[in-house]
Design a binder for this molecule. Structure first.
Ligand SMILES: [Zn+2]
Length: 436
């Protein structure tokens, strides 16, 4: 869940930094590759530190990859290109379905020192640094490389460590994909912020700089540990992707349900963002946020992707308490629809939904601390002046009735029982009559 914070990074600065080589470049192919210039068939034995036990049985992928690279080098020229089945030979269709792409890939997909052969998947933990006493800090990554050409999807979750729903959604969707039937490639980071995740905290307590990962992208290879994690996701996933889907939720205190689409002066990019939101569907209200140049609210994965011209959406779904299987099922259904619509998964493209675009949302905050009792549920449409909930003191006496100041949709709602002055109560998006 995104909330106001002090971190601000200028967009131009971010774009410059995202093209810097990764600190561990010398260990392998960790370089950001500009759009349309994906590099396949490069050998890299240096970066694989841990593969899923299920992958060990198929032999050392990096050695297979090296043999393939040598073969391609020996073939050279046109034969080598055809054999490699390079994705950059395919037409770029950034916000349309890639249905109809045929052929067979034989080149591995290389990222973050991993080599994933066509028709296979690799689960690994990429080294980022170490804690005070030497415990490795690693970034979990799941790469599924299809047997057939198609777009590259970057899927992310748990940018905030107390947001778990997206991790379950990615596990459910990716676990059911047969890479042999996949078109293109999926690079997934189920826990972008592992230090915050292990602490069940929004930001990593161990990061002395207090970095909000949702303001850290594209990261810095020489910055804080959070910056370095962001940099690895940026170079290894976002910069390689044709589109991105970033999952958030309401964290420890709130339940959220909306999709964020960024506005831009680039109409094609906005169309690409909207295409993803419409494909995701599920009747999710959509929040169209102003361009970063207007708000200064940069540093999100979706902003980083859009800065590279890559369509992206942020799905805010679930949060507070145990992860709800029904919410996970809803998110998984939406993600599968996106993967089909963009041509990664076989099937008829889903009918895109008509977007329910709402006004720019804002937070209502508590004036009094005490006990919070919501009167509505998330996704409720509330008329101006209607009650959203009450704040009472510990004796049960009502201190404040929280009311909507405009007709709005409650896209995120506090579920925690208590609050203090300044805490967020709900995130509301103006909703003109007739829109919902
Ligand atoms: Zn979040």
């Amino acid at each position: 869940m995104d909330r106001p914070g002090p971190e601000r990074v200028g967009p131009a600065d971010r774009h410059r930094r995202c093209l810097q080589p990764h600190r561990l470049l010398e260990r392998g192919d960790r370089r950001a590759v500009p759009r349309g210039r994906r590099q396949l068939g490069r050998g890299d034995p240096g970066g694989v530190v841990l593969q899923d036990p299920g992958d060990r049985g198929r032999g050392p992928a990096v050695h297979q990859h090296l043999r393939r690279a040598l073969l391609l080098r020996a073939l050279g020229g046109l034969e080598g290109l055809l054999l490699a089945g390079r994705l950059d030979q395919l037409p770029a269709r950034p916000h349309q379905g890639d249905q109809g792409v045929t052929g067979t890939l034989v080149a591995s997909f290389d990222t973050l020192g991993l080599a994933c052969d066509p028709g296979t998947a690799v689960k690994a933990r990429v080294p980022i640094g170490t804690l005070h006493e030497g415990t490795p800090v690693t970034l979990p990554v799941h790469v599924l490389h299809g047997a057939h050409p198609g777009p590259v999807a970057c899927l992310t979750a748990s940018v905030h460590g107390d947001e778990r729903t997206g991790v379950f959604i990615l596990a459910e969707v990716l676990g059911a994909i047969d890479p042999a039937e996949l078109r293109g490639t999926i690079v997934a980071f189920p826990v972008v912020n592992p230090l915050a995740w292990m602490s069940d905290a929004r930001v990593a307590p161990l990061d002395a700089s207090g970095t909000n990962m949702n303001r850290a992208f594209p990261g810095r290879p020489d910055g804080s540990i959070s910056d370095r994690l962001a940099d690895a996701v940026q170079t290894g996933g976002i910069a390689r992707a044709d589109y991105c889907v970033d999952f958030h939720d309401g964290g420890c205190d709130c339940h959220a349900r909306f999709t964020i689409v960024h506005d831009s002066t680039d109409a094609d990019l906005v169309a690409g963002n909207r295409f993803l939101a419409a494909a995701y569907g599920n009747g999710m209200p959509v929040v169209l946020t102003p361009p970063v140049a207007t708000t200064g609210m940069g540093g999100m994965i979706t902003r980083a992707a859009n800065t590279l011209g890559t369509p992206a959406i942020c799905v805010e779904l679930g949060g507070h308490g145990p992860v709800d299987p029904a919410v996970v099922a809803e998110g998984a259904r939406g993600l599968r629809r996106v993967l089909v619509a963009r041509g990664n998964l076989p099937g008829d493209p889903p009918e895109p939904e008509v977007l329910q675009e709402l006004g720019d949302p804002y937070w209502l905050r508590a004036e009094d601390g005490g006990i919070w009792r919501p009167s509505v549920d998330v996704d409720a449409v509330v008329e101006a002046g209607d009650e959203i909930g009450t704040v009472a003191d510990v004796f049960g006496d009502v201190l404040a009735v929280v009311r909507a100041d405009v007709r709005c949709t409650v896209v995120s709602l506090r579920r925690s029982a208590t609050l203090m002055t300044g805490d967020w109560i709900c995130y509301i998006a103006p909703t003109p009559a007739g829109d919902r």
